[in-house]
Design a protein around this ligand. Structure first.
Ligand SMILES: [Fe+2]
Length: 228
């Protein structure tokens, strides 16, 4: 019997330009009928399905909803993906490994690991999915979600305000719309019965093709922004 502290309760979340993070709604899930829930679901099936999804719709919310279902299906069939996460580089505390990227592809897939540190406030400039791997003893992430308050007409100035925050951990999947803004503080694992592991935060990510003009880093203190 698994103790309460070791239980993983999977959550499917989404965040949008308003900085609101909430449960993804799968009721009347448009386009789902185009994707068979075959038992054998390998990486190539997953890649083929994401390509099909991108052909079916340009809507970010529709994409992240279906991509969440497909990602969960793939990870359930291939739990060993976690073993592909490289150990964090000891100098920069981060490591990434590309699993899929072709010159003409409209998305990329990677795995990522990092030890506790902070990120800038940023938006991805593309729809994206982040799935947290591992177990209850794996590192977590505190995400802050922001809203851009100005009209976006000035490419170097932006007023962003924090709206919500969420601790994300193994079992969670979160989908971002292109204009969702966040920053991250990666956290150490939970303390379970007096024991805290030193495992990094581990992730499986899908990033759509970014629009460079919409990929921003924000400085919430001096209200500047820049493309990255
Ligand atoms: Fe991000």
């Amino acid at each position: 019997m698994i103790s309460e502290e070791l239980k993983i309760i999977p959550r499917n979340l989404k965040v949008n330009r308003e900085g609101i993070c909430n449960q993804m709604d799968f009721n009347s899930c448009q386009y789902l009928q185009y994707f068979s829930s075959q038992k054998e679901y390998n990486f190539q099936s997953f890649i083929d399905d994401i390509n099909k999804l991108l052909e079916l719709t340009c809507d970010d919310l529709a994409r992240i909803r279906i991509a969440t279902i497909l990602t969960r299906r793939f990870l359930k069939n291939t739990p060993q993906v976690v073993d592909l996460c490289p150990p964090p580089d000891p100098e920069i505390c981060v490591a990434t490994k590309c699993l899929y990227k072709e010159s003409n592809s409209k998305f990329r897939v990677n795995v990522f690991s990092w030890l506790p540190q902070n990120s800038n406030v940023h938006c991805h400039g593309s729809w994206s999915i982040v799935a947290f791997l591992g177990d209850a003893t794996t590192g977590r992430e505190l995400n802050y979600f922001w809203r851009r308050e100005d009209d976006g007409s000035n490419p170097t100035q932006a007023v962003v305000k924090p709206v919500s925050k969420e601790i994300l951990e193994a079992g969670d999947i979160i989908g971002f719309t292109s204009d969702a803004i966040h920053n991250i503080k990666s956290l150490p694992p939970k303390n379970i019965n007096g024991y805290q592991s030193d495992k990094p935060t581990l992730m499986f990510n899908i990033f759509g093709e970014p629009n460079p003009a919409q990929q921003y880093l924000f400085n919430p203190f001096d209200h500047t922004c820049k493309n990255y």
